[in-house]
Write a protein that binds this ligand. Structure first.
Ligand SMILES: [Zn+2]
Length: 691
């Protein structure tokens, strides 16, 4: 069963990021009507709330809004990301001009961004910065050399349960996190990788759209090799595509990868040679900086076995061509524009649906955030996250936690011993609001002005080394996995912790200038969503210390499974395309969190009133405001390829269906007088009540 822990998946953020800038004027217009109240003008009063609540709350906006050419998906979060990126870009550009002392984080930020933006230097350098890598690949003479080069490419670029990023272009990805059996120390986790397309389904699905993408991918490989003057690019591209298809066949599905119990496989170092023969593991580990660990967690054992076998069975030359292609492909952003344009020609229109590449300054902001995220976040929160907002958000978190505690007490189906454990977990939960208490430093990272490619390489190596260094240190539960300037939120199950970055504490989710009902309907439901992950079927697997140890009784699970089945059926019935429905099972964990989060947010809102009546605002009762604010927080439009990608690979349902969560809450029926026969109507017994 899939259980993503955060609000939006990295793949969605990547899809958003493939896009680019809205002109500033549009941005201002979009922002001004979303704050400080509800966007009444964006609603469609001709739609009956009980038939289509998403359409009722957003219909006029949906009709009036064109997805910008450079975007694959667009809506409230994309607009907020745009605003935040622009502010971050301004900060970064100011920093670049400030001439900060050499070696300081500020200087690194400025130099990293300036170098990324220096397209004259990038064009002048051509493929020269790539040459040492290409030379090391060309020098591969045997399988030992191959293992060494594959190992040297390993990076700390995946995350199985916190940020849930399962994608890496390298053969394997590394994640250093608390061991799930003994959360007092860190363990190295190895995840499957190596594909140039987002997921195995792109290689194995028989649908016409996937078949078409596969043909385009092979053309893309050939074009990239040709740009690097590799002879015989066409035949080599065919062989590389064949190799990746075999790799994809060995991969676990996205759904299997999301199952924590499947993933928690401890392999002793010596086991690799027998459990996954093929790759020369000792050489691989040594080249990756993993000479030390005696034990690894192998997240997708079948894939690691399959990939390792391919390292031995496929022709050495195919592997060398494969590595050459990926060396270019993975660094397209900092190579000459012909390479970047070719990468966009494939990953833009074909994969994400975006028609125009986003502006370079936006890509520069993303790259700088990727390399020096917390240094940038320190600047961002100092400027844009006043102490009063932090206090208001913390008060909301406290009410949500109180509402949850009350719900746990009142649950009839949960055994008393389980309730006790749940309350203990709630009591020691670490909820981070805005930014971390201590900021990670970048002392070991060299940033050289004028070396965009070199900086990118050094930043990814710095991240690898910083992750590896954790293996020798005690677990730090206060560590953040999202930067403060990220428009998202995350539950960290093995840390019994949560991060609510400063950037999501903005309209349309949160705004100190508007009625509380709106904040609880939007941000409150997000906080409730994240808190509920600690107590859902996946949260049940992790105890208060973060140990993977089931603290539910079999009866607790039975009740949960009954509710789950109802919710799977509810989402399976949503059909955005004639040949593709929402995957109720794949999105189950997130849909449960949406129901639980909205329920708890509603209780927490009532709690915040302390018995006082709330005023009618903009012609709506506070309950109406609460639910419309929720549905407007999911406002978005997607192009078809992005929507299909999301349905296939994402643990979250598309926004329009997440907005329909309201149909499980009794108060929504009263607030909008929803009657039997209306599209979203569920009889009381069909409404899913987990908490
Ligand atoms: Zn979630």
């Amino acid at each position: 069963m899939i259980r993503l822990r955060h609000l939006m998946s990295p793949s969605l953020l990547i899809a958003i990021a493939v896009a680019t800038s809205v002109p500033p004027a549009v941005l201002v217009a979009q922002q001004s009507h979303s704050a400080p109240g509800l966007d009444r003008a964006g609603m469609d009063p001709s739609v009956k709330p009980g038939d289509d609540f998403f359409g009722y709350a957003n219909g006029t906006w949906l009709k009036a809004t064109e997805i910008p050419a450079d975007r694959s998906t667009y809506g409230g979060s994309a607009i907020l990301i745009e605003l935040t990126d622009r502010r971050v870009a301004d900060l970064i550009q100011e920093t670049a001009k400030a001439d900060a002392p050499a070696g300081s984080d500020l200087r690194k930020i400025g130099d990293y961004y300036t170098s990324f933006m220096d397209t004259v230097a990038i064009e002048a350098a051509g493929l020269k910065p790539l040459q040492p890598t290409l030379d090391s690949i060309a020098a591969i003479r045997d399988r030992k050399d191959l293992a060494r080069v594959l190992g040297s490419r390993l990076r700390a670029d995946v995350d199985a349960i916190n940020a849930t990023n399962f994608y890496t272009e390298n053969l394997l990805g590394l994640w250093i996190a608390q061991d799930l059996d003994d959360p007092t120390h860190y363990s190295p986790f190895l995840l499957q990788g190596g594909l140039g397309m987002p997921d195995r389904s792109y290689y194995v699905d028989t649908s016409a759209s996937m078949v078409a993408i596969r043909a385009k991918y092979q053309e893309h490989i050939a074009a990239m090799l040709a740009l690097a003057n590799v002879p015989g690019a066409g035949a080599k591209a065919a062989a590389i595509a064949r190799l990746e298809t075999r790799m994809a066949a060995a991969h676990a599905s996205r759904e299997e990868s999301g199952n924590v119990t499947n993933g928690n496989n401890h392999w002793a170092r010596a086991d690799f040679g027998t459990k996954a023969p093929g790759l020369e593991w000792e050489t691989y580990f040594a080249a990756a900086g993993l000479a030390g660990p005696a034990t690894f967690v192998v997240w997708q054992p079948g894939a690691v076995t399959g990939l390792s076998a391919l390292v031995a069975s496929e022709p050495l030359d195919t592997w060398k061509d494969y590595l050459t292609f990926h060396a270019i492909n993975s660094r397209a952003a900092v190579l000459p524009s012909a390479v970047g344009q070719q990468a966009f020609a494939f990953y833009g229109p074909a994969v994400s649906g975006a028609q125009k590449q986003r502006d370079r300054w936006k890509r520069g902001v993303s790259a700088t955030n990727g390399a020096l995220g917390f240094a940038v976040g320190k600047l961002y929160t100092a400027r844009f996250f006043p102490a009063a907002e932090k206090a208001r958000a913390k008060a909301m978190v406290a009410n949500l936690i109180a509402a949850f505690a009350t719900r746990i007490d009142r649950l009839e189906w949960m055994a008393p011993a389980t309730k006790k454990e749940a309350k203990a977990k709630l009591a020691v939960m670490k909820v981070g609001v805005g930014f971390p208490d201590t900021w990670p430093g970048y002392a070991g990272l060299d940033v050289v002005k004028g070396e965009a490619y070199g900086n990118a390489e050094r930043a990814s190596l710095f991240q690898l080394r910083a992750s590896l260094a954790k293996l020798d240190r005690p677990v730090n539960r206060s560590e953040w996995v999202m930067t403060p300037q990220t428009v998202n939120a995350v539950n960290l199950p093995a840390m019994n912790a949560m991060n609510f970055p400063a950037a999501i504490l903005q309209p349309p989710y949160f705004d100190p200038a508007r009625p509380l009902a709106l904040d609880y309907g939007a941000m409150g439901a997000i906080i409730g969503h994240e808190v509920s992950h600690s107590f859902d079927n996946q949260g049940a697997l992790f105890d208060a210390t973060g140990r993977l140890h089931n603290w539910w009784t079999p009866e607790d699970f039975k009740h949960f499974e009954r509710s789950s089945k109802q919710l799977v059926a509810q989402y399976d019935a949503y059909q955005p395309f004639p040949d593709l429905a929402v995957k109720g099972q794949q999105t189950l964990g997130e849909n449960i969190a949406d129901v639980a989060g909205l329920t708890a947010a509603y209780d927490a809102y009532r709690l915040s009133l302390r018995g006082k009546p709330a005023p009618v605002v903009q012609g709506m009762s506070d309950d109406q405001q609460f639910f419309v604010s929720f549905a407007q927080s999911w406002r978005s439009k997607s192009r078809e390829p992005a929507m299909r990608n999301r349905i296939l690979t994402d643990g979250h349902a598309p926004g329009q269906y997440r907005a329909s969560t309201v149909r499980n809450i009794d108060a929504w029926y009263t607030a909008f007088d929803v009657k039997p026969g209306e599209g979203l109507y569920l009889a009381p017994a069909e409404r899913v009540r987990v908490w």
